[in-house]
Design a protein around this ligand. Structure first.
Ligand SMILES: *Cc1c(COP(=O)(O)O)cnc(C)c1O
Length: 315
């Protein structure tokens, strides 16, 4: 029985919290954070928003399996696995890294994300990096259909028109008085939805978590509005790359505000936003709303990596 009420029900009142300790005393600027991370611990933040209308569509199409793609630490994989379990779908995750499948037990012991996905009942299908790059080929899908039967396909990272429609709901009447909306950017689906949901007096600022000149064009595929910009200075060397300044920022942010940020997306966004505020980027009396898009499930994987390199950990 497929039951998508987890997504349909509108009980997710998402708190907006002021971040007073981020500002100098007597600053006329206001900063707040919308806690989308509190929606659910795994179907978290923007991943809930991106899946909502896709899961409803899958049900309407009478599909019983969700299939998607991702890396071994992907927030999206964790979210799809849990969403499938909550709604009664079978799930298949096509995971980049053939070697991870060679010793599955060891992989599951060492990787929290895949362990979690597996525990939710997701079938993990490991492919080599070269096969993964060919994933849009028709033959790739045909082979997956032979193995898993018919499925509803959710693209890598979850971005499509229905995902953008869901992300537009991040903004609502509670957010209409803010002048600037800040969010992290991966594939661009989330910011496209936020732009679609924004009002004409609002400016949406995206902080890409990776190096990518292609992002502007991606975003323009999903929105024709122009009240947005990307700040490209805070990717920290690329996707999932971190340095000690970022880790210590995340730790001190938690200490000050009692809010956990993740190292891949929201930590970089908030680091950048804080620096822009300190550098006088925003005019007086600007009201800024940062969106906490979740992603906290990725912290343990990042800490494993940091531990191996002998670097300080996210606490
Ligand atoms: C996936 C993710 C993003 C990026 O979303 P896109 O729609 O791919 O741009 C941002 N923040 C968090 C926490 C994420 O997990």
């Amino acid at each position: 029985m497929i039951d998508v009420s987890f997504f349909e029900n509108d009980l997710y009142s998402v708190e907006i919290q002021k971040l007073e300790k981020l500002l100098k005393p007597n600053s006329s600027i206001e900063v707040a954070i919308k806690r989308e991370d509190l929606i659910h611990d795994r179907v978290s933040g923007n991943k809930f928003r991106k899946l909502k209308y896709n899961v409803i569509e899958a049900k309407n199409q009478k599909q019983e399996t969700l299939l998607t793609f991702g890396g071994a630490f992907s927030n999206h994989i964790a979210a799809v696995a849990k969403a499938g379990e909550l709604c009664g779908f079978e799930t298949v995750g096509v995971i980049r890294g053939k070697e991870l499948g060679d010793n599955l037990l060891q992989t599951l012991q060492q990787n929290e994300t895949l362990k979690f996905a597996n525990a939710c009942g997701m079938k993990l299908h490991f492919v080599s990096r070269s096969e993964y790059r060919e994933k849009h080929a028709a033959s790739f899908y045909e082979n997956l259909k032979v193995e898993y039967g018919d499925f509803y396909l959710i693209p890598e990272g979850g971005t499509n028109n229905l995902a953008v429609k869901g992300c537009a709901e991040i903004l609502n009447s509670d957010t209409s008085s803010y002048d600037v909306i800040a969010c992290a950017v991966g594939t661009g689906g989330t910011i496209a939805g936020i732009i679609e949901g924004s009002l004409s007096h609002q400016k949406v600022l995206g902080f890409p978590a990776l190096k990518g000149d292609f992002l502007k064009e991606e975003i323009k595929m999903y929105t024709s509005k122009t009240n947005w910009d990307l700040i490209n200075d805070y990717h920290f060397g690329g996707y999932a790359k971190v340095n000690s300044a970022l880790i210590s920022f995340i730790n001190s942010f938690k200490e000050k505000h009692n809010i956990q940020l993740d190292p891949v997306y929201t930590g970089k966004m908030m680091y950048g936003l804080t620096e822009l505020i300190e550098n006088g980027f925003f005019s007086e009396n600007t009201r800024i709303l940062a969106v906490h898009t979740g992603g906290l499930q990725g912290i343990s994987g990042m800490n494993e990596k940091l531990k191996r390199k002998g670097q300080s950990l996210i606490v």
